[in-house]
Design a protein around this ligand. Structure first.
Ligand SMILES: Nc1ncnc2c1ncn2[C@@H]1O[C@H](COP(=O)(O)OP(=O)(O)O)[C@@H](O)[C@H]1O
Ligand SMILES: [Mg+2]
Length: 145
């Protein structure tokens, strides 16, 4: 699935929509560089899944937890470079805990991503404006249209 959004608010709304189709154990692997809109997307997920939570980039904490009916764990793997580092974030433990994992900078942990990972790639359309983003979601075929 591919969508164009024209503001961070639209990206959040798309994420809230997608959140309805998420299940315990899902891993969302974000791709797209600094300022793409990964954290904006996760903010939308949290709005739907844990309405009371405050979302910030977990760059320093590495993982933020948003408690809702299905817990949402938000990772930032920007500084992660080895599988040992991945393990030290608790990623593999969280995988077993029946929540949804949203992973920024998933490019850095590609070999650690489980089968069935949902990839969300955020980029800028070639001729788009400053606030246009092209968002591609792979791995939710049959769950969203
Ligand atoms: N369509 C859009 N979707 C998401 N963010 C957008 C969009 N248009 C502009 N922005 C801006 O781009 C920036 C994205 O920041 P952020 O979500 O922190 O990116 P990342 O986590 O990928 O580094 C924010 O300043 C946001 O306001
Ligand atoms: Mg971010």
């Amino acid at each position: 699935m591919e969508r164009i959004t024209h503001s961070s608010a639209e990206t959040e709304a798309l994420a809230r929509e997608l959140a309805k189709a998420l299940r315990p154990g899902d891993v969302l692997a974000f791709r797209g560089g600094l300022g793409a809109g990964k954290t904006a997307f996760v903010r939308g997920l949290a709005q739907a899944m844990a309405p009371d939570a405050e979302v910030s980039s977990p760059t320093f904490a590495l993982v933020n937890e948003y408690q809702g009916q299905i817990p949402l764990w938000h990772f930032d793997m920007y500084r992660i470079t080895s599988l040992e580092d991945v393990a030290s974030t608790g990623f593999f433990d969280y995988l077993e805990m029946g929540g949804v994992l949203a992973v920024e900078w998933s490019e850095h942990i590609e070999p650690a991503l489980p089968e069935g990972t949902i990839f969300i790639t955020i980029g800028r359309p070639p001729e788009g404006g400053e606030n246009d983003r092209i968002i591609t979601i792979d791995g939710m075929e049959g769950r969203i249209s």
